[in-house]
Design a protein around this ligand. Structure first.
Ligand code: HXC
Length: 516
C-alpha cells in the first residue's frame, strides 16, 4: 500500500470512528432531544481546539456475539482542548454505541485522560450519558468503574473535576459524579438514581417515574446531588465554561484574575436600605452580594438546595472569591443540616484551590427541634466549624445583622482563624437572640412580676440595647472594625489585597477526619 492509500485508509478509519453507532442511532439520539458526544465537544471547548485521543480503541469482549459488534472508539470520546483559552481534558459518553455503557476499554480511555489532566494540572470534565455497566462484560466493566472512582478520589483537590449529566446515569455509575466537585444537569435529559423504577417498586412498593426519582430538578432541590440545572444543553455547557473561568487550573495554579472595569473603591448608597428596620423581617441577601462584587456578576452554586444558605463565585477587584452567606428569605437564614453540608463542602472546595472566602453573616443560630437533632444536626453542623477552622485561604467576613451563638462562631469567626472580621453598624453579636436570652436569665424576675409581658418586653429591649450591637465584640478585637455598609466593597477588596500573600499551615498529619 502506498503512502496515499495509507492516508486514505486513515481517513476512512477516522470517518468510521466519527460515525459512532451509525446514522440510525444518531437520529434516535436527536429524537430524544439529546446532542451527540461530538456535538457536545463543540459546545464545551473553544472552537477548533479539541484533540481527540484513542479514537481507534475497541472493546475486547467476545461473549454474546460482541466480537462482531465493534465500533472504533467504543462508547466514549476523550481528549483535550482549550476552554476560555486554557487547557482542559474531558470525556463524552457516546450513547449511540451500546447506550454509552462502560466497557473495560471505555474505562481505560477515561482513566488515560484523567491521568493526563492530573499530570498536567488541568481541569477535568466528565459528560455522562450512559446505560451504566456494559452488561455483556460483567466484572470487567465493574473494575473499570472502580478505577474511575479511585482517580476521582485521588485527584480530588488536585484539579477541579466537573460532571455534566445529559442522559441517564444509573447504578454505581452515579458515584463518579458524586465524588467530583460540581454536577451539572439538563432538565428532562439528565437522570441520576442508584436503581431504576422497577427495582424501586419491587423493593419498596413505591411507584414513581424516572424523572420523579432522579431527574435534574429532584437532584438539585431534594437530594442536593446536583449543583446546577439548565433548560438546554447549550446553556449548560456555556455555564460549565463560566464556572471554569472562576477557577484555577489546579491546586498549584494561579487564581485567574480579570481586568475589572468596576471601580474597587466604589461605595453604594443602596446598601443602607436593604435591611429592614425590624430585625425579625427578612430581606434578600443576594441584593447585598450583587451590589458588592465586580459588576454584580455572581455565579450561584447549589441555587435550589438549602436555600437558607447561599454559596457561589464572584470577583472582587478582578480576583475570584468564594462567597458564603445566609439567606434570611428562607427559614430566617438558620443553619440546618442541608445548609451545613452545602457550606462545608463549598469552603473545602475553595480551600483546595486557594480561592479566598468572603462570608456575609446574618444567622439566628442552628436549627432546633427533634427532626434536626435526630437526623444529626450536631454531626452535620460540625462540618462547617471543621471546614472553616481547617481552611488556610484568606478568610474575610462581614456580619450584616444577626450573629448568634454557635452559628456566630461557625461563620468564619476570629476564633476559627478568620483573618479579617468586619461588622456593619447594624450587627448584633450575642450568645442568642434577645427573646431567648431574657427568658432564661430573667426567668424568676418575669415570673414574679405583676405584668409579666410588660416586664419581659422591657428586659428584651434592655438586652437588645446592651448586647445587640457589634461594639462589645469590637472592644475585644473579635471584630476588627465596625464599618459603614456603603463601604463594604472597598473594605473587602483592601482586606483581600492585604491577605494575598497569606501563609499559614496546619499541623503535620496524614489527613484530618471531618465529621461525615
Ligand atoms: C450494554 C446497553 C446498556 C448496558 C443500554 N444498552 N444499556 N448495552 N450495556 N448497560 C444498549 C441497548 O441494548 C441499545 O442497544 C442501546 O444501548 C440503547 O438503549 P435503549 O434501551 O434503546 O435506550 P433508551 O430507551 O433510551 O433507554 C436507556 C436506558 C436503558 C434507560 C439506559 O437502555 C436501560 O435501562 N439500560 C440498562 C440500564 C442498567 O440497568 N444498567 C446497569 C446498571 S447497574 P441497540 O443495539 O439496540 O442500539 C450498573 C452497575 C455499575 O451500571 C456499578 C458501578 C460500581
Amino acid at each position: 500500500m502506498g503512502s496515499e492509500e495509507k492516508l486514505a485508509q486513515l481517513s476512512k478509519f477516522r470517518e468510521e470512528a466519527k460515525a459512532g453507532g451509525g446514522p440510525k442511532r444518531v437520529e434516535a439520539q436527536h429524537a430524544k432531544g439529546k446532542l451527540t458526544a461530538r456535538e457536545r465537544v463543540n459546545l464545551l471547548f473553544d472552537a477548533g481546539t479539541f484533540e481527540e485521543i484513542d479514537p481507534f480503541v475497541t472493546h475486547r469482549c467476545t461473549d454474546f456475539g460482541m466480537a462482531e459488534r465493534k465500533y472504533p472508539g467504543d462508547s466514549v470520546v476523550v481528549g483535550y482542548g482549550k476552554i476560555n483559552s486554557r487547557l482542559a481534558l474531558a470525556f463524552f459518553q457516546d450513547f449511540t454505541v451500546f447506550g454509552g455503557s462502560l466497557s473495560e476499554a471505555a474505562s481505560q480511555k477515561i482513566c488515560k485522560v484523567m491521568d493526563l489532566a492530573a499530570k498536567n494540572g488541568a481541569p477535568f470534565v466528565a459528560v455522562l450519558d450512559s446505560g451504566g455497566a456494559r452488561i455483556q462484560e460483567g466484572a470487567d466493566s465493574l473494575k473499570g468503574y472502580g478505577e474511575i472512582f479511585t482517580r476521582n478520589t485521588l485527584y480530588s483537590g488536585v484539579i477541579p473535576q466537573i460532571s455534566v449529566i445529559v442522559g441517564p446515569t444509573a447504578g454505581g455509575a452515579v458515584y463518579s459524579p458524586a465524588i467530583t466537585d460540581f454536577v451539572f444537569m439538563v432538565k428532562g435529559l439528565g437522570q441520576s438514581y442508584i436503581t431504576g423504577t422497577e427495582v424501586v417498586k419491587a423493593v419498596t412498593g413505591e411507584e414513581v417515574s424516572l424523572e420523579e426519582l432522579g431527574g435534574a430538578v429532584v437532584n438539585a432541590t431534594k437530594s442536593g446531588n446536583c449543583h446546577f440545572v439548565y433548560e438546554t444543553e447549550v446553556e449548560c455547557f456555556q455555564q460549565v465554561r463560566r464556572l471554569l473561568s472562576f477557577l484555577p487550573q489546579s491546586y498549584k495554579g494561579k487564581l485567574p484574575s480579570v481586568d475589572s472595569d468596576d471601580e474597587p473603591n466604589r461605595t453604594d448608597e443602596e446598601l443602607l436600605h436593604i435591611i429592614p428596620v425590624n430585625p425579625t423581617q427578612p430581606y434578600d441577601m443576594k441584593k447585598i452580594i450583587t451590589k458588592v462584587v465586580d459588576n454584580g456578576d455572581f455565579l450561584e452554586v447549589h441555587q435550589r438546595f438549602a436555600r437558607n444558605f447561599i454559596v457561589g463565585f464572584a470577583r472582587l477587584g478582578g480576583q475570584s472569591v468564594g462567597i458564603l452567606a445566609q439567606q434570611p428569605m428562607y427559614l430566617a437564614g438558620v443553619l440546618d443540616i442541608d445548609a451545613s453540608d452545602k457550606a462545608a463542602r463549598f469552603v473545602r472546595f475553595c480551600d483546595c484551590f486557594n480561592i479566598p472566602l468572603v462570608t456575609l453573616v446574618d444567622v439566628p443560630g442552628y436549627m432546633p427541634g427533634t427532626d434536626q437533632e435526630f437526623r444529626g444536626i450536631i454531626r452535620h453542623g460540625a462540618k462547617i466549624l471543621f471546614a472553616y477552622a481547617e481552611a488556610t485561604v484568606p478568610k474575610v467576613s462581614v456580619i450584616i445583622r444577626k450573629a448568634y451563638g454557635g452559628a456566630y462562631i461557625a461563620m468564619s469567626s476570629k476564633s476559627l482563624r478568620g483573618d479579617i472580621n468586619y461588622a456593619w453598624s447594624t450587627a448584633e453579636i450575642a450568645v442568642m437572640g434577645p427573646e431567648g436570652a431574657v427568658n432564661i436569665i430573667y426567668r424568676d424576675e418575669i415570673k414574679k412580676s405583676a405584668n409579666r409581658e410588660e416586664t419581659r418586653q422591657r428586659l428584651i429591649q434592655e438586652y437588645r440595647d446592651k448586647f445587640a450591637n457589634p461594639y462589645v465584640a469590637a472592644a475585644r478585637g473579635y471584630i476588627d472594625d465596625v464599618i459603614d455598609p456603603r463601604e463594604t466593597r472597598p473594605k473587602l477588596i483592601k482586606a483581600l489585597q492585604m491577605l494575598q500573600n497569606k501563609e499559614v499551615s496546619n499541623p503535620s498529619k496524614k489527613h484530618g477526619n471531618i465529621p461525615l
